[in-house]
Write a new protein. Structure first.
Length: 75
């Protein structure tokens, strides 16, 4: 079985770009670090991490100019 490193690299770049680029990835990492080091149970931290990953970059930060990082929810 041959592994196509170039294809894997291209897919990783595409995912990073879709999530707002390298800066957003760094902010995600910082946000997750803060969650892990913060107060609360492992369950609370896991739930907070899931929510943090749903919103690329800093909390509430737009990934594209003029767009919200998370879609508006209608009731």
């Amino acid at each position: 079985m041959d592994i196509d490193i170039g294809k894997i690299t291209d897919q990783a770049k595409k995912i990073v770009d879709e999530r707002g680029g390298v800066d957003a990835l760094k902010k995600d990492g910082e946000e997750l670090k803060d969650i892990v080091e913060g107060e609360g149970s492992a369950t609370d931290k896991a739930k907070a991490a899931v929510e943090a990953i749903k919103d690329p970059g800093a909390p509430g930060e737009s990934t594209e100019p003029g767009e919200s990082a998370t879609p508006d929810k209608e009731a």
